[in-house]
Design a binder for this molecule. Structure first.
Ligand code: PEP
Length: 245
């Protein structure tokens, strides 16, 4: 099971103190089969990398530029740069970035260069509320997958995060039955269209310590991408505990 903490645009150096609890928890549970990945803002990547050095916790960035190395891209950071600072993971295609103008074509370019860089890519897909109301969920998911993963040579490091946009930060989660079917739908596309033998699909959207047990009852779920609830160490640890125990 994967537990990805997306801190979004929150956190400063002081927030790193809360990592002590998470590090302790991961040490006690070193033999259990789960992965914790923290994706703090860029400004904290270096300090985070030092803090979690030699622990079971891994580091990810929340986004990056499509240019593999360097270039005249003010305000951006490349896959090589985040890799060099200690990231093994990167979130690509988050709906909050799509809302700011990232389209499937740009996302595909980013995935291409991140996979060249051998980063694990947490590729976010999900339908908006109006698309859901129009019964377009599957069409949207399929299009995002086909376009985002088009002509990617190395697909073994892709994790899909299914995040219905209407569920992010709203406290509303999908019906378990619907989610189960949608995850299987996504896995079938990955198997049939991309020949990925053992696809990994995570769920994201308002996951918390109260609803995670129910969500984790879906056997095809491979983990969670957690936003708001990941900013408090205790809540995040509770999410992990309730899933693995
Ligand atoms: C997210 O940021 O990907 C997310 C799922 O946020 P939240 O858990 O706050 O809904």
């Amino acid at each position: 099971m994967y537990f990805i903490a997306n801190w979004k645009m929150y956190g400063d150096l002081k927030s790193l103190n809360s990592m002590k609890k998470v590090i302790r928890f991961s040490k006690i549970n070193i033999k259990k089969k789960f992965k914790i990945v923290y994706c703090p803002p860029y400004t904290l990547l270096d300090s985070f990398s030092k803090k979690i050095n030699k622990t079971k916790i891994e580091l990810g960035a929340q986004n990056c530029h499509f240019e593999l190395y360097n270039g005249p891209y003010t305000g951006s950071i490349s896959p090589t740069m985040i890799k060099k600072i200690g990231c093994k993971y990167v979130i690509i295609g988050h709906s909050e970035n799509r809302l700011e103008g990232e389209n499937d074509n740009l996302i595909n370019k980013k995935i291409k260069s991140c996979s060249k860089c051998n980063l694990n890519i947490i590729f976010c897909i999900g339908e908006s509320l109006s698309e859901k109301k129009k019964n377009m969920t599957r069409k949207v998911l399929k299009t995002q997958l086909l376009k985002g993963l088009s002509k990617i040579r190395f697909l073994n490091k892709i994790l899909i995060a299914y995040e219905p946009v209407w569920s992010i930060g709203t406290g509303v989660i999908p019906k378990i039955k619907d989610l189960e079917k949608d995850i299987i739908f996504i896995k079938n596309i990955l198997k049939n269209n991309f020949k990925i033998k053992n696809p990994k699909v995570l769920y994201g959207g308002s996951v918390n310590d109260k609803n995670v047990k129910n969500l984790a009852s879906i056997s095809s779920i491979d983990g969670f991408l957690v936003g708001g609830a990941s900013q408090k160490a205790k809540k995040f640890i509770d999410i992990v505990k309730k899933t693995i125990n």
